[in-house]
Design a protein around this ligand. Sequence first.
Ligand code: ZN
Length: 450
Amino acid sequence: MDPANRLDAKADVLISAGKIAAVGADAAKQAPREAGRMDVSGLIVCPGLIDLHVHLRDPGQTAKENIATGTAAAARGGFTSIVCMPNTSPAIDNAGTVALIHERAAQNGVVNVFVTGAITKNIAGEELASIGSLKRAGVVAITDDGHCVQNNELMRRALEYAKMFDLPVMDHCQDYSLVTDGVMHEGYWNTVLGLRGWPSAGEEMIVARNILLAELTGTRVHCQHLSAAGSVARLREAKKRGVPISGEACPHHFTLTDAAVAGSEKFWVTDGKALNPQPSTLNLPEWPAYDTNFKMNPPLRTARDREAVLEGLADGTIEILCSDHAPHCDYEKEVEFDYAPFGITGLETELALSLMQLYHGKRLSLPDLIAKYTVNPARLLNLPKGTLAVGADADVTLIDPNREWVFARAETASKSANSPFFGWKLKGRAVATIVGGKKVWTEKAEAVAA
Ligand SMILES: [Zn+2]
């Protein structure tokens, strides 16, 4: 299944010298006799998945994650390429840090690592980073992710520079004056729980700003991790007018809602019903109220927002799926909700959750879903990836869309365990991940090792 070439057929894939050598019914016949063979009958063979929103925490925060553990988690999730965010310590705002990550990724990474640079120096939102030198160092986009440039004039200049260097700009959409110190969605549940609210308007305001500036400058702006119905509506309207704007969504925002912060009992009898239509709550995952693994930025929102994000994915308004994989140590998350850092891990669960909500939920065809993890992010960032075309790097993911499995804390390859999905029964997963013709992860090998 190769959405870039509109291919969806039973076929063999021949890999030679790290490249795709042939695809088709007779591709196997072209293989030399000594070539290794993998029986993939019944599986989806697709271009290696790309996650364009990952926090690898290297340099500076390697207690949370490092390039070895982050790329291992990516491989387990079926990802052959990941794009890391620049909010490390120090921030990736100069050519030297970009080079350091490229070097470490070549040494310790098991999948391809692409790097984004910061928009502003030290991600402080005050002064532009040296965008030209970041481009020369090989960044694929710029973003202040984790933060958001508040000064609209500065953002305009960033877009103008980015256009000169043909770099897409990705933005974490958050208006600080509206959000202030909000820790969860502002609505019914934050009032019940006594937690400070993060209103949807805080996201929509910056999505609207980005649409205006994309229109003004002609630079492509990509809105990261959209969570609110109003953001999706604005994006849909702007795209219709031809504004160079795009968006991405993360599975937690279209699986969970803010009711989850009130605990599993409240969630399953309210918004959770959409995931589990049977009246019984037997054997469903449990968690307490105020569980900080349900705290992320932007926050989980209402059932209406969840539905709007799903609709945006279904009608093509949102073209890209990603995790916003954001590892944090246990000791950082095991504090009061107010004090915990935002974010959850996601590389190992995002494919299953996307398959469940979009494919098994009958909102998207499998090729359309795979496109949101392959050709679409590759096109946005001009990556030479995301296709099984002859001559392309042999990055391949094998998927069993119907495989049922439970995500267990003991099995995660990430250094951190801040996922809300431990104990969840999931459906669909990658069973092998191949990077440059080399198997970097297979479910079978793991079963044997265990
Ligand atoms: Zn972000």
